[in-house]
Design a protein around this ligand. Structure first.
Ligand code: NAD
Length: 227
C-alpha cells in the first residue's frame, strides 16, 4: 500500500500565479476589510458588494494558471497516496492535475442556496447576481466559508492528518483557525516539511525550506520521491 502524504496549502502557493495572499501587503486585502466582504453579516448588510467581490475573485481565477508549486505536487502521486487540504478557494490544484483536494474554505466555482447549505451548484466562471436562484428558490450565495462560519470539512481534514506518513505545509501564515490547528492531529514522529519564504512559527520539529513555492516545493517533492 502506498504511504500517505498530507499537504496543507494556503494562499502562498497561489501567489506566483498572480493571486494576492491574505496578509502580505501587496494589494487586494489592503483595499478591503474582512468585515465588509467576508462575513455573513456583510452579506446581509450589502449582498451586492459581497457578490461582486467574489465575482471579481472568480474572474481573476479564470485569468491565471497553476504555477510550478501546484505542478510539482502532482508528481508525488507517482509514488504516494497524496491528499491536499487547501485553505484556498481557487481551483489551481485541480487545474494542475492533483487528484484528492479537500477545500476547507469553499470553492469559487460553486454557489449554494443561502437558505440550505446542502444545495450546492456548479457555476464555473459565471457571476452570481442578486436574483440568481438556487433550486429551492432562495438567493444563490458564494460557496465560501466566511469568517465566523463553521468549517464543515475540518473533520475529514483532521482524519487525514491522523493518517499521514508525511506532512507538508506550504504558503500559509498559520493564523486562520481551525485550519492552523490541523498540524496537531499529525502523529508525533511523522516527518513534517514547511515551504514558505517567511519564518512561520510552528511548534513541532519540522524541516524548513524558506523559499517561494515555485522553487521550494520541488525540493521537498524530490526528497520525498527519493525515499
Ligand atoms: P496568508 O495570507 O495568511 O499567508 C500567506 C503565506 O504565504 C505567508 O506565510 C507568506 O509568507 C506565504 N507566501 C507568500 N508568497 C509565497 C510564495 N510565493 N510561495 C510560498 N509561500 C508564500 O494566507 P493563509 O494562511 O492561506 O490564510 C488566508 C485566508 O485567506 C485563507 O483562509 C484563504 O482561504 C483565504 N485566501 C485564499 C486565497 C486563494 O484562494 N488563492 C487567496 C487569498 C486569501
Amino acid at each position: 500500500m502506498k504511504k500517505k502524504v498530507v499537504i496543507l496549502t494556503g494562499a502562498g502557493i497561489s501567489a506566483e500565479s498572480g493571486i494576492s495572499t491574505f496578509r502580505d501587503s501587496d494589494g487586494l486585502w489592503e483595499q478591503y476589510r474582512v468585515e465588509d466582504v467576508a462575513t455573513y453579516d456583510a452579506y446581509l448588510r450589502n449582498p451586492e458588494l459581497v457578490l461582486n467581490f467574489y465575482n471579481e475573485r472568480r474572474r481573476q481565477l479564470f485569468a491565471v494558471k497553476p504555477n510550478e508549486g501546484h505542478r510539482q505536487l502532482v508528481r508525488l502521486e507517482e509514488k504516494y497516496d497524496v491528499h491536499i487540504i487547501t485553505q484556498n478557494i481557487d481551483n489551481l490544484h485541480e487545474q494542475a492535475g492533483s487528484t484528492h483536494v479537500l477545500h476547507l474554505h469553499g470553492e469559487l466555482t460553486k454557489a449554494r442556496s443561502d437558505k440550505d447549505d446542502s444545495l450546492i451548484v456548479e457555476i464555473g466562471d459565471r457571476d452570481i447576481c442578486l436574483g440568481d436562484k438556487a433550486p429551492d428558490g432562495a438567493q444563490l450565495r458564494p460557496h465560501i466559508v466566511w469568517f465566523g462560519e463553521a468549517v464543515p470539512n475540518i473533520e475529514p481534514a483532521a482524519a487525514l492528518c491522523e493518517e499521514a506518513d508525511y506532512f507538508v505545509v506550504i504558503g500559509t501564515s498559520m493564523n486562520v483557525y481551525p485550519a492552523a490547528g490541523l498540524i496537531h492531529y499529525v502523529p508525533k514522529g511523522v516527518p513534517c516539511y514547511l515551504v514558505d519564504p517567511k519564518a512561520v512559527p510552528i511548534s513541532r520539529p519540522i524541516t524548513i525550506v524558506q523559499e517561494k513555492a515555485g522553487t521550494g516545493v520541488k525540493k521537498v517533492v524530490d526528497e520525498l520521491l527519493a525515499q
